[in-house]
Design a protein around this ligand. Structure first.
Ligand code: HMG
Ligand code: MG
Length: 290
């Protein structure tokens, strides 16, 4: 039992809600965020400043972010920004951390952000510089670190390569997304090992989706390898509208339980987290998908 601290970032309000057919009312999003903040997350991914044509579910980002910051000034609310326009919108709303996002596979980059990987990196250059100039920190997401719904299996070298490009641009944090939840623990270990050549294992963030039901096993292997930062969504909601078949994120409750079983500490109040998960499940139950 190490008692070491593991940082859990809650991404339900962004990754969880972006994939829902229904539009969750702004007031419900804010109540969900409020419950999550009370559960003890130091960082919550609140929304996305992407094109509302691409992700209409998060078109109310201008309402969500300022209200969340005002209600919980001690919580870090990060947001996705795909380009300079997104950065401008996010900074105008008070963002202190933004996330750029690309992929280790060309097929997904094209479908998700309408760019090649190289084009996305060039697009991020002024975004990262602008964020830093404004005093904000930057997460760099790499999607499809194990497999891509369009290109198939992705070699660890391709993931390391995209990580290296983002690191050269100066991202503060690298986040590795198994977007379609395809990973086995051995695949995750090989991929992490490759990326640890770019940033130390304990600084990498692992972002698992639980499509095949192996996400907890993968997180356990990552913990054993020295990863100390994970994303999760309360209740395991989520997916990506541009990754067919992608299911929810690993449930944050499962991550809290795993950390507890393995002797790690988190900042999360498990009962308060369950209340947040119960609330958003209730919102979905009131407005069935079809
Ligand atoms: P595009 O169509 O090539 O962009 O999309 P464009 O620059 O040609 O602009 C088209 C229109 O969108 C224009 O409006 C722009 O003004 C507007 P029009 O002139 O037609 O009226 N626009 C914007 N509006 C508001 N905010 C903006 C913005 N940018 C352009 N920021 C673009 C390119 C990147 C914008 C688009 O592809 C996009 O928004 N993609 C985002 C898709 C997305 O959010 N996917 C889910 C998140 S990623 C994910 O889930 C994976 C992750 O969880 C990790 C993992 O699991 O692997 C992070
Ligand atoms: Mg995701």
């Amino acid at each position: 039992m190490s008692g070491e601290f593991v940082e859990l970032c809650e991404v339900g309000p962004r990754d969880g809600l972006q994939n829902e057919k229904r539009f969750v009312a702004t007031a419900d999003k804010l109540h969900y965020i409020d419950l999550l903040a009370r559960a003890g997350f130091r960082e919550i991914e609140a929304t996305s400043f992407v094109s509302p044509k691409w992700v209409p579910q998060l078109a109310d980002a201008e309402q969500v972010l300022p209200a969340a910051i005002a209600a919980h000034p001690g919580t870090l609310f990060s947001v996705l920004v795909p380009n300079e326009k997104g950065l401008e919108r996010a900074l105008a709303c008070g963002a202190r951390k933004v996330s750029v996002f690309t992929a280790a596979s060309e097929g997904f980059a094209r479908r998700n952000i309408n760019a090649t990987i190289a084009e996305s990196i060039e697009r991020f250059r002024p975004v990262i510089a602008g964020a830093h100039a404004a005093g904000a920190t930057v997460r760099g997401y790499v999607s499809c670190v194990i497999a891509c719904p369009y290109d198939g299996a992705i070699p660890p070298d391709a993931v390391r390569e995209t990580c290296a490009r983002l690191a050269e641009l100066g991202v503060d944090e690298l986040d590795l997304g198994d977007t379609i939840g395809a990973g086995h623990p051995d695949d995750i270990a090989r991929m992490l090992d490759a990326c640890a050549a770019v940033r130390p294992m304990r600084e990498l963030v692992l972002h698992l989706h639980d499509t095949a039901g192996r996400a907890v096993e993968c997180a356990e292997r990552a913990l054993a390898l020295g990863v100390r930062r994970f994303d999760g969504s309360a209740g395991g909601i989520g997916g990506c509208p541009y990754a067919p078949g992608a299911r929810g994120n690993i449930a944050t409750e499962a991550l809290v339980d795993l950390c507890g079983r393995c002797g790690y500490r988190t900042s999360i109040d498990r009962a308060a987290l369950a209340e947040a998960a119960g609330f958003i499940a209730g919102v979905f139950a009131k407005s069935p998908r079809d």
